[in-house]
Design a protein around this ligand. Structure first.
Ligand code: PT1
Length: 265
């Protein structure tokens, strides 16, 4: 899954595709094409930054940012778009515009989100977060991060089931960097197989995140090698979908995993 941030305040590309002057269609098309040619199954379009400390945007602002991008991609490329949103109206509009999955970092926690997601009939990625993006990194605490993440995901899945969203539509994501210390993140990664054992496809977002900087003194532009290592570890632990900035390079790592897995049969 390739990341396409259509926000002016993305943590890693700082608004390369979207700025004060609006959506940069040329840059968007170019980034999308590179990812599709490299073999991305999904392009993840998000119009509201959820990185630590990010501020909220208005519904209309988010809508304007993502709909242009979705239409642009669906008109040009044979690829699924996943829509990174927590906003019910944006979910419904995205479904109209042809997205193939809803990716919600708030696990359908906003008012009306469960109902809207149910209505779309689409697969839904439920992600774990402790707190909200503005404050989540202020002293996160867990008794056992892995069991608490699992309990949360199972509770949200039960709620979805009550609302008519069947289990086969659900993807689980432990939410790396969302209300977690570096230690919490590495514990989750080392025990990701426990999340995979729940039976849902597991999506992980590790690409260029600050947990890397807790080990290595690297700014976001220098985190590719470490991100590839984290991607390989996640696959080994049972991850199915990797949400990444660098699709070309990640697909090389995936190809090595695949070659090794096939030789072992
Ligand atoms: C993610 C994810 C996401 N991450 C899903 N969607 C972001 N399903 C946006 C840092 O610590 O992991 N899964 N949508 C980006 N959020 C962050 C969080 C970016 C933490 C950076 C950090 O650096």
């Amino acid at each position: 899954m390739g990341i396409l941030n259509v926000t002016p305040d993305s943590f890693s590309d700082g608004g390369a595709l979207f700025s004060g002057s609006g959506l940069n269609f040329d840059a968007l098309c170019h980034a999308a094409e590179t990812m599709v040619l490299a073999g991305a199954s999904f392009l993840d379009v998000g119009g509201e930054s959820t990185r630590p400390g990010a501020l909220a945007v208005s519904e209309q602002e988010e809508m304007d940012r993502v709909l242009g991008a979705i239409t642009c991609i669906k008109n040009r490329f044979d690829v699924e778009v996943s829509l990174d949103t927590s906003t019910p109206k944006v979910m419904l509009a995205g479904a109209e515009a042809g997205v193939g999955m809803i990716n919600d970092v708030r696990a359908l926690g906003r008012e009306g989100a469960v109902e809207a997601a149910a209505k779309t009939g689409l697969p839904i990625c439920l992600m774990h977060m402790q707190g909200d993006p503005l404050t989540m990194q202020a002293g996160p605490q867990y008794r056992d991060v892995v069991s608490e993440v699992i309990e949360f995901l199972e509770q949200r899945a039960a709620l979805c089931s009550d609302a008519g969203i069947s289990r086969e539509r659900l993807v689980f994501d432990p939410g790396f960097g969302f209300g977690k210390t570096p230690k919490h993140n590495f514990t989750l990664l080392s025990r990701l197989s426990e999340v995979a054992a729940l039976g849902q496809p597991v999506l992980v977002g590790l690409s260029r995140k600050s947990m890397i900087a807790s080990v290595l003194d690297r700014d976001t532009s220098q985190r590719l090698p470490a991100s590839l290592a984290l991607a390989v570890l996640a696959m080994t632990e049972g991850a199915h979908i990797l949400r990444v900035h660098d699709v070309v390079e990640t697909m090389d790592a995936v190809a090595m995993m695949t070659a090794c897995a096939e030789a072992s049969l």
